[in-house]
Write a protein that binds this ligand. Structure first.
Ligand code: FAD
Ligand code: UDP
Length: 370
């Protein structure tokens, strides 16, 4: 008999397992259908001995001191600021769009103020920004939108930006400065021994039992527990009773090359060419030194593991129905990117689980207090 059974050993499930075991002395069983912990953040040393991210590049960044301090219990950090280039019109240009992007692209020498003037001259004003097209076109106009955003988005989501919520392309800022970092968060760093090692430390507690290669559906009638935390897809939990929530998937093609460096930046985005969206070279992220180098191509697709909730109004409506069902179950809690159908980064998932833990710890006395 466990106090808590947690489905999913990614950030959502592992943070809760750690908190419940450490702070409430709860007996926790954590179950995952994959053969490893760490969810989509899983990393491992490949056959060449290079640390790679199995499910695509994971770069840690947060403005939350609380989240950073919490994770720092389980890992040291390697400072890392992420930089991306986009292949446009035969050149590699800084992405997010900044002063250098425009100067290189148009052969200009504008300063930051002149860049602002230029953007205002090409922007198409929009009073009511609703879609991912509005958010970009209203800031940089149609030409830059088409070169940098439109086709990438169509490839990634199989939808036109005009069909997606504004929040999707709004993830990527537009800058008038020369700042070429992908993120500007206060804390930007990579776990020094990798994500999987950090998760191993998080879950290393005598009260936490881990069961891998096990699907919840196959054991749900056999395990007994007081409360359940579910971090898989919420529609799956309810047997798709209102229909399937759409998720976007990816296929990853990993390669190792017999040379030290493959490309001039950690990530190169290909908005307009190829079937893949981006290529990541892992050694930039990890700082590892090695004679060879490993990269991954991301090919978006409809079928496969659910990686991205699709931010559209009709999907939010469908999710609201599942959310209402979820809220009616007092002993089952839903957390994480798939179970709350939110396009969350890792730090947001950690914050969500820490908040859920506060709620759970307020409801039940700790075992030692019983
Ligand atoms: P997951 O990591 O998906 O974990 C859920 C786990 O539940 C999985 O291991 C799954 O196997 C298991 N599970 C599901 N259903 C069942 C079941 N029925 N039975 C048993 N087990 C089940 N975030 C960033 O902050 N920075 C980045 O750079 C970044 N890059 C990303 C790149 C890609 C390609 C993707 C897809 C995501 C990226 N993210 C990034 C987001 C990040 O992956 C998520 O925020 C985070 O991993 C979500 O954690 P989670 O625990 O909610 O979900
Ligand atoms: N995007 C784009 N061009 C780019 C990079 C991003 O159009 O070069 C859009 C695209 O719709 C993408 C979204 O912005 O899905 C968010 O980009 P981000 O890099 O945050 O995606 P993630 O890392 O979550 O896949």
């Amino acid at each position: 008999m466990f106090d808590y059974v947690i489905i999913g050993a990614g950030f959502a499930g592992s943070v809760l397992a750690e908190r419940l075991a450490t702070e409430m002395n709860a007996r926790v069983l954590i179950v995952d259908r994959r053969n490893h912990i760490a969810g989509n953040a899983y990393d491992y040393y490949n056959e060449a001995g290079i640390l790679v991210h199995k499910y695509g590049p994971h770069i840690f960044h947060t403005n939350s001191e609380k989240v950073f301090t919490y994770l720092s219990r389980f890992t040291g950090w390697r400072p890392y600021e992420h930089r991306v280039q986009a292949s446009v019109d035969g050149q590699l240009l800084p992405m997010p769009i900044n002063a250098d992007t425009l100067n290189k692209m148009y052969g200009l020498n504008l300063n930051c103020l002149q860049v602002e003037e230029f953007l205002q001259s090409v922007a198409e004003p929009c009073d009511n920004i609703k879609t991912s097209e509005d958010v970009v076109v209203s800031r940089v106009g149609r030409e830059l939108y088409e070169k940098f955003f439109r086709n990438y988005t169509r490839k990634q989501w199989d939808l036109d930006p005009s069909e997606l919520d504004a929040a999707v392309t709004a993830r990527v800022p537009i800058r008038t400065s020369r700042d070429d970092r992908y993120f500007t968060d206060r804390f930007q760093a990579m776990p020094v021994e990798g994500y999987t090692r950090m998760f191993e430390k998080m879950l290393d507690h005598p009260n936490i039992h881990i069961m891998l290669n096990t699907d919840y559906n196959d054991i749900k009638d056999e395990i007994s527990f007081r409360e359940l935390v579910f971090t898989g897809p919420v529609d799956e939990y309810f047997d798709f009773c209102y229909g399937k929530l759409p998720y976007r998937s990816l296929q990853f093609e990993h390669q190792t090359h017999d040379r030290e460096q493959f490309q001039p930046a950690a990530v190169v985005n290909y908005p307009n060419e190829h079937a893949y969206t981006r290529v990541t070279e892992f050694k930039y992220l990890t700082g590892q030194e090695h004679k060879k180098t490993s990269i991954v191509y991301e090919y978006p697709c409809a079928e496969g593991d659910p990686y991205y909730p699709i931010p559209q109004p009709q999907n939010a409506e469908l999710y609201a129905k599942y959310k209402a069902m979820a809220e009616a179950l007092p002993d089952v809690h839903f957390a994480g990117r798939l179970a709350t159908y939110k396009y969350y980064n890792m730090d947001q998932v950690v914050a969500q689980s820490l908040t859920l833990f506060q709620k759970l710890s307020g409801r039940r006395p700790t075992r030692s207090a019983q």
